[in-house]
Design a protein. Structure first.
Length: 948
């Protein structure tokens, strides 16, 4: 479906959705009472034959149907017969294992193959369940419409695809039809229907589940479904419904449960007929961007028990109109447009067990009435602008509370160190609120915690020893960005269990000392940005296969020694960041065995030797940062297999090579390429221009020679901006030096960085006109080469340019007037060339008044230089007049700043590299609401300077 979400990770979310589909088929089925496994009832031969033929068409890898032999077909697995006639009434071939979609046993237990039409000979069949199998995208067979006695038909999650046959509309006795979730069929071939007209024939229908069936093209929308007066359950979740479901008169007033989540409605007005469904218990409208102009949509819906309005645009009046629905137990209003304070009427909803108000614009203090909701099990007010200090009194009545989410508010928690809360929480989310400065002692009483988030919670304390013990049972701990001291957790090494992953994030604290061991029962460990010393621990001897770890971040510490080889035993690692430490020795060859690696950062250590060619095995790698080491030699040719690479930083090493042609030819996904400060020599290969996604190219400070290629205008990302397939990186950051300032780029900004730096090489010839087509460029640095000719007149096309450095070349002629069209320019350097004539003025140029910008061009005149043009002779045909006038004496001084200063700063672009994936992958594990938050969350903290 084309889910249109407020947040970015639709596919992620989808994954989450599909892995948590409730098992919907617990529908009561009246006539099944007469169906039993009567082994003694003799089975009808014709039906037995039909079943055998049916079995013959199936692929049954795990041999689930091994009992389908012999005469007594009534005792076969999944079959129930009529107790007197022996006629088959029920065929239940639902996958018997729980739906873990990544579990091999589950997958193997799926039936496949094709469905034999012999099934129509089961003329009395009332119940057919083929759910949770995998029929690989085949169509729902039309002959099912001949099974006139069917009461129950469940084909959900069975991999059926394509157009639903309208023949199903002949099943006039059908009480329940589930065609939901065809996600196991190929995505392009999910179930769909062009016309829902056939549904009107199902006039006994009580339950209809079309979850994820593509109804985008269904012309009549809900009209046919509106013909079904007995309908009590309707699930149209993720159906791609586009047309507003307009109904002039609502027929299905007996509806008790309605799910319209995640559709594509073009009209954001909430359907007004909803308010006639006064008997609704469950209503799901999430992810639709709907609002209610009448402000009274829910006034009459007093029987509501479960209401999900998440990610819409309902406002505070809706919240008030809901307060009549006194039966509500579950209320999710996250991601709406609620402003002002939480209405105190919320206290009328005394049956509430789940209240979600996250991601709104609520402010003020939390009303006292809310704390009287004694049945609350889950309270989520995260990511609002709530204020106030919460004390023990607030929580005194919340004995049932299991989940408390306060993250992202201006709240503070002030409780005594002896507080014993009345609850036992499973989930604690208190990130970005004030919990400290002391480590919260009350945590010690919480024995059932599974998730703990106290990121950036102003805790400045040592981790108490009791917490180290408690922590062993917590699935996810995030205490990053506090000022925790001491030695971090002592990890107990024991084997990870199969379905359990543990995550521990302790980055950006003040932990010191050394690590005694690395944990084996943890899937994600982040200890980055601390003061840890000593060696990175070896895995314990005798540990054989320890596949648990998925991401390991030890970057920005003071680890010494070599990279332990047995890190390579973590064969499922996909993120490994050891950058910014004091590691030495070689890059271990065995890293090439980590076939799942997506991000490998070893930058800014003292690693030596060559880049091992085994790294070429890491074909999934998307980000490789080996910059800032002492690596020598050539690039291994095997690196051309890294076709998924998007960011490659090999800068600040001693590499000595030409720029291989395969970089342009094979690494076609690159958008970040940095080779600065090595010994690359030879010409800049034209093939680099094939990197159509490239947005950062930095080859500065090498020995490159020859001309600048004339094909840079083929790098379409720099010409036309974003690529259509826009990769979304989430909140990863690219640290960069821009105009001397340190800047953090977050998600959206990141897509805007475009820079080319070729400075400090031996490039000759003219500046190609083609560069002037790179209109997205923000930084262009060609300084310190031997470039000649004029500055192209079209330079003014580069309207986005903020930093332009052409200094220390041999450029001559006049400065083009168009330079004054560069409205974003804030750092310019044209010094030490042979430019002549008047300096253009106007617009942005007027703000660049530092004379050193133009220093060392003796033919230039006019502001900001001291020599005005009228006292100058016009330059002659032979070039600039070479006169040693007064102003020259100060040039030696300003040269340093003008020539080297900005050039150096720009040249360092991206020294610090990119933290791709880290966060997005980390959040992949979180429940969607939490991940959505981190994508929306705009972090404003500045990084401390990290130059050494
Ligand atoms: C749903 O169907 C419409 C047209 O019928 C199509 O354009 C769209 O891509 C389909 N969506 C999915 C997710 O298959
Ligand atoms: C149904 O049974 C009849 C009688 O045995 C047989 O002739 C016919 O082929 C069967 N139909 C199908 C579709 O298998
Ligand atoms: C309501 O249902 C009846 C029969 O079930 C049908 O005749 C009528 O057209 C329906 N009304 C609407 C507005 O669809
Ligand atoms: C909703 O109910 C009101 C009053 O019972 C009725 O007048 C109106 O036509 C109904 N609207 C729809 C769309 O069924
Ligand atoms: C959107 O739906 C509302 C309610 O059905 C209707 O009044 C309005 O005219 C619709 N707007 C558009 C642009 O179709």
């Amino acid at each position: 479906m084309e889910h249109h979400l407020l947040c970015t990770s639709s596919s992620l979310l989808l994954l989450f959705l599909f892995s948590s589909i409730p098992v919907t088929s617990q529908f009561t089925f009246g006539s099944s009472k007469q169906a039993h496994n009567y082994a003694n009832v003799s089975c009808i031969e014709n039906e037995r034959q039909a079943l055998l033929l049916f079995k013959h068409g199936l692929i049954d890898e795990s041999n689930r149907l091994s009992s389908w032999i012999g005469e007594g077909c009534c005792s076969w697995e999944g079959i129930s017969c009529h107790k007197t006639t022996g006629s088959v009434l029920k065929l239940d071939l639902r996958n018997t294992l729980p739906p873990y979609f990544d579990d091999d046993d589950y997958l193997k237990n799926q039936l496949g193959g094709h469905l034999s039409p012999s099934l129509v000979n089961l003329t009395n069949l009332q119940y057919l369940d083929l759910s949770l199998n995998n029929f690989s995208g085949i169509q729902v067979p039309a002959f099912l419409g001949l099974l006139k006695n069917l009461r129950y038909l469940n084909l959900s999650s069975a991999g059926f695809g394509g157009e639903i046959p309208h023949h199903l509309g002949n099943l006039s006795h059908l009480g329940y039809l589930d065609l939901g979730d065809s996600s196991s069929s190929p995505t392009s071939n999910w179930l769909r229907t062009k016309d829902l007209g056939w549904v009107a024939g199902l006039f006994s229908l009580k339950g209809l589940v079309l979850f994820s069936v593509n109804l985008t093209a269904a012309r009549d929308g809900l009209q046919s479904i509106n013909m079904l007066p007995s309908l009590t359950t309707l699930d149209l979740n993720s159906c791609g419904l586009f047309n507003h479901p307009h109904l002039s008169h609502v027929n299905f007033t007996s509806l008790a449960s309605l799910d319209l989540r995640e559709n594509n409605f073009s009209n954001y007005t909430a359907p007004p007929w909803l308010c006639n469904l006064t008997g609704l218990h469950d209503l799901h409208l999430g992810y639709n961007n709907l609002y209610d102009p009448t402000h009274g949509l829910f006034d009459q819906m007093t029987s509501l028990v479960h209401l999900d309005l998440s990610l819409n645009r309902f406002d505070t009046s809706t919240l008030k109109s809901l307060c009549n629905a006194s039966n509500l137990t579950y209320l999710d209003l996250s991601g709406n447009n609620f402003q002002g304070s939480i209405p105190s009427e919320i206290g009328q909803l005394s049956k509430l067990t789940n209240l979600v108000l996250a991601f709104n614009k609520l402010n003020g203090t939390i009303p006292t009435n809310l704390w009287q909701l004694t049945k609350l099990q889950a309270l989520d007010v995260g990511y609002n602008s709530l204020t106030g200090v919460l004390s023990e009194d607030h929580f005194a009545k919340l004995r049932e509370l299991k989940s408390l989410r306060l993250t992202g508010n201006s709240l503070a928690l002030n409780v005594s160190s002896s507080w014993v809360p009345p609850f036992q929480l499973h989930e604690i989310r208190m990130g970005f609120i004030i919990v400290g400065p002391r480590f919260p002692a009350w945590l010690r009483t919480q024995k059932e915690v599974e998730e703990l988030d106290m990121r950036n919670a102003s805790i400045s304390d040592a981790i108490p020893s009791w917490f180290r013990v408690l922590c062993r049972n917590i699935t996810s701990v995030d205490l990053s960005s506090n000022s925790l001291t001491g030695n971090p957790l002592e990890f107990k090494q024991h084997r990870p269990s199969r379905y359990r992953s543990r995550r521990i994030f302790l980055s950006s604290n003040k932990f010191d000392g050394s690590l005694k061991s690395l944990p084996l029962d943890i899937s994600d460990l982040d200890l980055s940005h601390n003061f840890l010393t000593g060696h990175i621990p070896q895995l314990e001897v005798g540990q054989t296969v320890v596949p648990g770890m998925r991401s390991l971040l030890l970057n920005d510490n003071r680890f010494t020694g070599t990279i332990p080889k047995n890190l390579c035993k973590w064969e499922y690692l996909y993120i490994l960041d050891l950058s910014n430490n004091l590691l030495s020795g070689r890059v271990p060859l065995c890293l090439g065995n980590l076939r799942d690696l997506k991000l490998l950062k070893l930058a800014n250590n003292s690693l030596s030797g060559q880049i091992p060619s085994s790294l070429g095995n890491l074909w999934q790698l998307s980000s490789l940062h080996l910059n800032g080491n002492k690596l020598v030699g050539k690039l291994p040719a095997s690196m051309q297999h890294l076709g998924n690479l998007e960011a490659l930083d090999l800068g600040d090493n001693g590499l000595k090579d030409i720029i291989p042609t395969w970089i342009g030819e094979r690494l076609s996904n690159l958008w970040f390429l940095r080779f600065q400060s090595n010994n690359f020599h030879g010409p800049i290969s034209d093939t680099l221009c094939q990197l159509s996604r490239l947005r950062v190219l930095n080859l500065a400070h090498n020995n490159l020679s020859g001309f600048i290629p004339h094909c840079f205008n083929n790098i379409s990302a720099m010409v036309s901006g974003l690529h259509g397939d826009g990769v979304i990186y989430g909140p990863e950051r690219l640290e960069d030096i821009k105009g001397g300032r340190e800047v953090e780029y977050y998600a959206l900004n990141l897509l805007l960085v475009n820079s080319v730096s070729l400075s400090a090489n031996n490039l000759v010839g003219e500046i190609p006109d083609e560069i002037m087509e790179l209109v997205q460029l923000q930084v262009l640095n060609l300084s310190q080469n031997h470039l000649t000719g004029k500055i192209p007149d079209k330079i003014g096309n580069l309207k986005q340019i903020e930093t332009l450095d052409l200094s220390m070349n041999a450029l001559f002629g006049a400065i083009p007037e168009s330079l004054s069209d560069m409205y974003s320019l804030n750092s310019l350097n044209l010094s030490h060339n042979k430019l002549s004539g008047p300096i253009p003025s106007g617009n942005q140029l007027q703000t660049l008044t530092d004379p050193s910008i133009y220093e060392g061009n003796s033919g230039l005149c006019g502001k900001p230089l001291p020599n005005s043009c009228w006292e100058h002779k016009l330059p002659t045909k032979n070039g600039p007049i070479d006169d040693d006038d007064e102003g020259h004496s100060e040039s030696d001084w300003s040269w340093f700043y003008a020539g080297i200063g900005p050039g150096f700063a720009v040249g360092l672009l991206g020294v610090l590299g990119i933290l791709l994936f880290k966060k997005s992958w980390r959040y992949a594990y979180f429940k969607f609401i939490e991940s959505a938050c981190d994508k929306i969350w705009v972090k404003t903290t500045r990084l401390r300077r990290k130059f050494r």
